[in-house]
Every structure is written in C-alpha cells, then in structure tokens.
Design a protein around this ligand. Structure first.
Ligand SMILES: *Cc1c(COP(=O)(O)O)cnc(C)c1O
Length: 465
C-alpha cells in the first residue's frame, strides 16, 4: 500500500490490486457535468474512466458495426508508437505524407484507374468525409459547366437509392442539394438502370451507386447504372457522372469478386470512396476518396500546405487529424498484400455464408440477403411462422448474452418490414459463429415458450450505420 498526497493535502490510500479503487464515497461526489475543482491521482482517474468504459458492449461481439474491432499485436505496437502524428503536418512528418500518397495510389490501382499518374486521392477520417469531398467535386463541376452555358445553378440534385447511408443525407442537407431518392421495394431492393435514367435531369450533379448497401449488404449494379446513363447521354440527354460509395465493398469486391465491373473500368465512374476502417481492416478513423483523373477534382477545392521546402496539395474538411491510421493501413497493405486480403475477406465471407445458411434452417427466419456480396446479411421473420415475438425481442434477448445484433425498419416505402442484420468481420471466427448460432436458437426457444406479445426496448427507428 502506498499513500498518495493529493492537492487537498488529504492522503489517498492505494493498493495496486485493490478492486475497490473508485473515489472515496465519504468525500464529495465527482461532478459529471462541471469540471471538478481539484485533481485526481492519475491512477484513480484512469480507473474511473476504465470502469465506466467497461459498461459498454464488448466490441468484438458488436455485430452491428462495420468498423474494425480487432487488429494484431504488431498493429497495436505501431499504433502506440505513432498515435502522436498529425496528418496535416506534412512538412514535419514527410514520411507519413509519403505513405498516405502510396496508399491512395495503391487503391487507385486496385480500382483500375486508367492512368495512375492522372488519378488523385486523399485519406479522410472516414467515408463520410470522403463523401462530402466527392459530392462537392460533383457539385462544383456541374455548376462550372452550367455557368459556362449561361444556365441557372440554383436547383442541383443528387440521385440515389432511399437506402443510402446517412452521410449522403448530410451532404445534401449541408450544401443545399436536393436529395432525389429512388425508393427501394421488395421487387427493387437496389437501384437499377431504368430507375436512374428516369430520375436524372439537367440539374443532376451525379448519381451515387452503393457497393454494399448498409441495410442488406447488397451491391448495386454499377455497370448497369452506368450503361443506362451512357445511353441517355448518347441520345442527347444529360451526361451525368457516377460516384461509387464503396465504403464497405471497395475492399471486398477487388478480392472476392474480381470480375465484377464496378470501378474505374467504367468510364462514367469519376470517384470512389471506401472506409479504411471497415474492410480495409484498420481501427476507426480512416477513409479514402479517389478520383479517376485530376480533371474531376476542381482545383478550387485543393489547398496547399508546406512540404519539404515547397508545397503539397491537400483536400480535407478537417485541418488536424490523426496520422497513425494511415500508417496502419500501409502496414496492412504490406503485410497482407493481395493474397492476404483475399484470404482474410474469403474467411470472413465463409463465416457469413455459414451463419446465414444455418439461420435460414432454424425455421422462423427468411433471408433478405445471404452475405455473398459483402459478408453482411439480413433476415426477417417469416409470416407463416406465426411468432408472438418480434426481431426486437430477439435483439434484446441476445444483448443479454453479450451479442449486439440490431433489428431495424427498412427505409421508406419498406418501413413495415423489420430486419435484423449481422456484419461479419475479421475476428468472428467459426467457433464464435457456432456459439452465436446456439445462442440464437436458445433465445428463439425461450421466446417461443412465452405466450402473447412481448414488450421490447428496441432502438429508435432511423438506424444509421
Ligand atoms: C459506413 C458507411 C458510410 C459512412 O462511413 P464512415 O466511414 O462511417 O464515415 C457511408 N456509406 C456506406 C455505404 C457505409 O456503409
């Protein structure tokens, strides 16, 4: 035991292994919403925060998130060594800046940019920031072209599925752009070329196609969408560019579906984003935005920061931002290579396909998707099963066993349909998957054994992962 003097002069007794570390209950409670007057010993403050964080769910059992929850020990070591690097300090950390460039060049190549020397890209804090930048580039290019033709620029719209991720809603909201949504339906779970063709007009700054719809994990048919827009332009209609939101699929399709044509092989695809912290396999805080050619990134969006005596172009919404995640991405590119990424993503998909197949066999469930696009699948309750419970009840029940598997309504026009979804990530192996299946089975049996409707504490509608 050692006595630690505190600023108040009072001595606080500590034993390093004492589980009852928390604040002395006899003294004044620590305020929650005002800055405490005095100081705490670091040990005590650490324990306080550590203990509160302990009440969060277990990240590895969080099957709601797309974001990385496991990296190896070398990554943790590298992370700890580089956590102090600020991405914007290009002059001070020229190697990190250099590595950022190598990473986006690697992605441009992976996504078949026609001329890698003409491509341009950047890291971001996530796909949301990447979407803002790509959307702004679409808007600025449309506006410049309209102005050059002496046409009005006050009614821009962006065409996309109603199942887009919330970042596109934010983009349209923040920059006063009409969000032209095409509803998903049971017959049209994803956008198709015909729908897009009917929705675009001369005020369309672009079409967003999603590689990995967040609700279901399904790919949108980017090639078909581009072909429909090619035909429209060839007939003298508007010539509308496509941005691919490949937040999750951008790091799956090149490895698991290499023959699927969705990327810069399609001339109409001008930009692509992905989340380095999703299937890029890096901890949270990393996204990428890439343009097929510098011509698609208006120069007025690019700022210069000093770099090795000269200057370097940057584009980002934030100024300061952690640099460590970029180094972690490069670490994984070097460690895994094409072979390693293929192996990891394939193993993840094998688990997803196994889980969806077994879940379907259980009886109450009907698959909405099976995990064969990205390793994400969703299901609904079969009406014929006649369950007295809902997927919200099942979600609540599974939470009691540590599994975080959300149930949520589908987007507008399909709102009455409730689905439940599992995002399989690196770190959910076959053993855990088997345990999960038996937990689901036991929860179903328990719910079936109850009579009548069961209340639940489900999350608010408007699930936004
Ligand atoms: C996750 C996701 C986003 C947002 O990405 P963040 O990296 O979390 O900002 C955007 N679009 C899609 C399709 C996503 O899955």
């Amino acid at each position: 035991m050692n006595a630690v003097p505190t600023p108040s002069g009072r001595e606080v007794q500590h034993v390093d292994l004492n589980p009852q570390i928390a604040h002395d209950p006899a003294s004044a409670p620590i305020p929650l919403f005002t800055l405490p007057e005095g100081q705490l010993d670091a040990h005590e403050a650490y324990q306080l925060v550590h203990d509160e964080a302990m009440l969060d769910g277990n990240a590895r059992l969080n099957l709601a998130t797309f974001v990385t929850t496991w990296m190896d020990d070398w990554a943790s070591k590298l992370y700890a060594e580089t956590v102090d690097k600020n991405m914007i300090d290009k002059d001070e950390y020229p190697k990190t800046a250099d590595i950022e460039n190598r990473c986006w060049r690697i992605l441009a190549d992976l996504w078949s940019a026609p001329d890698p020397d003409r491509a341009i890209g950047t890291s971001t804090v996530g796909s949301s920031e990447a979407a803002m930048l790509a959307g702004l580039a679409l808007m600025r290019r449309w506006r410049a072209a309209r102005r050059a033709e002496g046409k009005p620029t006050d009614r821009p719209n962006l065409v996309m599925s109603s199942a887009v991720q919330v970042c596109w809603e934010k983009f349209c909201n923040y920059w006063d752009i009409e969000m032209r949504l095409i509803s998903v339906s049971t017959e049209h779970p994803v956008l198709d070329g015909g729908q897009v063709r009917d929705a675009v007009d001369e005020n369309s700054i672009g079409v967003v196609a999603i590689m990995g719809v967040t609700y279901t994990g399904l790919y949108e048919p980017v090639e078909e969408i581009c072909q429909a827009l090619d035909a429209l332009a060839a007939e003298g209609g508007p010539d509308v560019p496509v941005h691919v939101d490949a937040a999750s699929g951008g790091m799956i399709a090149p490895f698991l579906q290499p023959d699927l044509v969705w990327d810069f092989r399609l001339e109409r695809v001008v930009s692509i984003n992905t989340s380095g912290h999703k299937y890029g396999l890096v901890y949270p805080g990393l996204g990428w935005a890439i343009w097929r050619d510098q011509d698609y990134l208006p120069e007025d969006m690019v700022f210069k920061v000093s770099y090795l005596g000269g200057d370097m172009p940057t584009l980002a919404l934030n100024f300061s931002r952690p640099g460590a995640q970029v180094l972690l991405q490069y670490y994984l590119f070097m460690k895994l290579g094409r072979e390693g990424y293929t192996a990891v993503q394939q193993a993840t998909q094998d688990v997803a396909l196994y889980l969806s197949r077994e879940l379907e066999k259980m009886g109450p469930f009907e698959l909405v998707s099976d995990g064969s696009d990205i390793p994400v699948f969703a299901w609904k309750l079969k009406e014929s099963y006649g369950a007295q419970w809902t997927l919200y009840n099942l979600s609540d029940r599974l939470r009691g066993r540590g599994w975080l598997i959300p149930a949520y309504p589908m987007p507008e026009d399909l709102q009455e349909t409730t689905v439940q979804r599992i995002v399989v990530r690196n770190g959910l192996g076959f053993n855990l998957a088997r345990d999960l299946l038996s937990d689901i089975e036991e929860c179903v049996q328990w719910l079936d054994s109850l009579d009548g409707p069961i209340p639940h504490e489900h999350a608010q509608p408007g699930f936004t992962h």
